[in-house]
Design a protein around this ligand. Structure first.
Ligand code: SF4
Length: 232
């Protein structure tokens, strides 16, 4: 297994320095999460930038925007655009109603309270809340989406199981002694693991023969051993 402090620099060497999301602060990061469904980062950025340009990335502007403006933008974000518009309005409504229009205030709360506040918003669970806090510079853990989780489980952290939640918890438990304290390094780790899972370490047919960390990967060595096993 490759320890995280070796794995991340090797992935950075391969993929280059990752681009952080263009969203700043918790309100924009929640909108970023809700901009698209099952589409590329490029499309997510297009929808997000259009929201910024045509509506404004603040709760009052989104609450006051007309359906005629929001629906075409949400349509660029993929399936079920009406649901997306509803969620954008919910994000604005909760921010105005419960946080006086200023979600930055959650960043000065104790971690557990900040996390709980972020989970009031659509599509934000524990990993999503940790990710938002991390990209606001508050490091508590390394949040993982499905790609990063798969990479770490294959490398040898935790144990891959049928149950996603069990896999997530076992990888996190195994990872915790290796976690860096720096939010910048954790942000970079999140982005590089995700990029690796999307590019080479795909769910089906991972391209281990092209992978820069194959020599240190449990999954690749088990796969090679099964190829070499004598046929009886
Ligand atoms: S060697 Fe294969 S399974 Fe291991 S990290 Fe690379 S692509 Fe993923």
């Amino acid at each position: 297994m490759y320890a995280l402090d070796k794995l991340i620099p090797r992935l950075e060497q391969h993929y280059g320095a990752p681009e952080p999301p263009p969203a700043r602060g918790p309100f924009e990061l929640i909108l970023w999460e809700n901009a698209c469904y099952l589409l590329s980062d490029e499309r997510r950025k297009e929808v997000f930038d259009s929201l910024r340009r045509l509506v404004g990335l603040n709760a009052a502007s989104i609450a006051n925007a007309s359906e005629e403006v929001l629906l075409p933008l949400a349509t660029r974000g993929g399936m079920r655009p009406e649901t997306r518009v509803f969620r954008w309005r919910e994000i604005a409504r909760i921010t105005l109603g419960q946080f006086d229009g200023n979600l930055d205030a959650v960043l000065s709360r104790p971690l557990s309270q900040g996390r709980r506040a972020l989970k009031l918003f659509p599509n934000i669970g524990d990993p999503g809340a940790d990710k938002i806090l991390l990209f606001c510079g508050i490091a508590s853990t390394l949040p993982l989406e499905s790609n990063g989780l798969r990479v770490l489980a294959r490398i040898g952290y935790g144990r891959q199981q049928k149950d996603y939640g069990k896999t997530y918890r076992s990888v996190q438990a195994d990872l915790s002694p290796d976690l860096p304290a720096s939010p910048v390094v954790l942000q970079k780790s999140f982005l590089l693991l995700r990029a690796h899972g999307q590019t080479l370490c795909k769910e089906t047919a991972p391209r281990c023969h092209e992978c820069p960390v194959a020599k240190h990967c449990d999954y690749a060595s088990k796969r090679a051993a099964s190829f070499l096993a004598p046929v009886r």
